[in-house]
Design a protein around this ligand. Structure first.
Ligand code: HEC
Length: 156
């Protein structure tokens, strides 16, 4: 490896590390009003996940569909945000965070579809995938709120 290449490598690795370190605590980088909206959205999602769990184990497809759709549509942040808020979010949130958020909302859409088709095993599979998505995002972007996730190794 020649020297110039090595220096470039070190440069990129250090940028990478800096970004990851910041990114692990998205909440505390947001102004209070936006963090409040994020927390509100998270609490609504957590409530829906509880309701969905009870509905899945009871075979209540309609309820699963309704709640999963609610998660999908639950961009409380998007609904209540001003243009200025969106600008701040754009500056604060990394591409990786946005990708995870989108993937998560896609999963909830799939779950709603599986419930409408009354496909119970697919509902169970997607519910588990959603749980993994919660943990993955919290571990990668919310370590200040969930410090216990720091040392837990999960495949994602
Ligand atoms: C795309 C990222 C992302 C996904 C996906 C995600 N979360 Fe979160 N969640 C966060 C962040 C960031 C915080 C920390 C906010 C803060 O620091 O105040 C958080 C915080 C929370 C909180 C704590 C709210 C409080 O009262 O302080 C709960 C509960 C929660 N999430 C539930 C969930 C559940 C349940 C799922 C999956 C079904 C989920 N989250 C998926 C990013 C995510």
């Amino acid at each position: 490896m020649n020297r110039r290449f090595l220096i470039i490598m070190i440069f990129f690795v250090s940028i990478g590390c800096a970004q990851t370190a910041d990114d692990k605590a998205v909440g505390s980088q947001l102004p209070n009003s936006l963090r409040g909206l994020l927390i509100e959205e998270m609490q609504a999602i957590a409530t829906s996940m509880d309701v969905i769990f009870r509905a899945i184990i009871a075979g209540e497809h309609d309820q699963v569909a309704q709640q999963a759709q609610a998660i999908h549509d639950s961009f409380i942040m998007a609904q209540k945000m001003t243009d200025e808020d969106s600008e701040i979010l754009e500056k604060t949130l990394s591409a990786a965070f946005i990708e995870r958020d989108e993937a998560f909302h896609h999963l909830s859409e799939h779950l709603a579809e599986a419930a409408r088709k009354k496909d119970l095993s697919l509902q169970i599979k997607l519910y588990q995938e959603m749980e993994s998505a919660c943990i993955a995002c919290h571990q990668n972007h919310a370590l200040d709120r969930f410090p216990n996730l720091k040392s837990i190794s999960v495949n994602h």
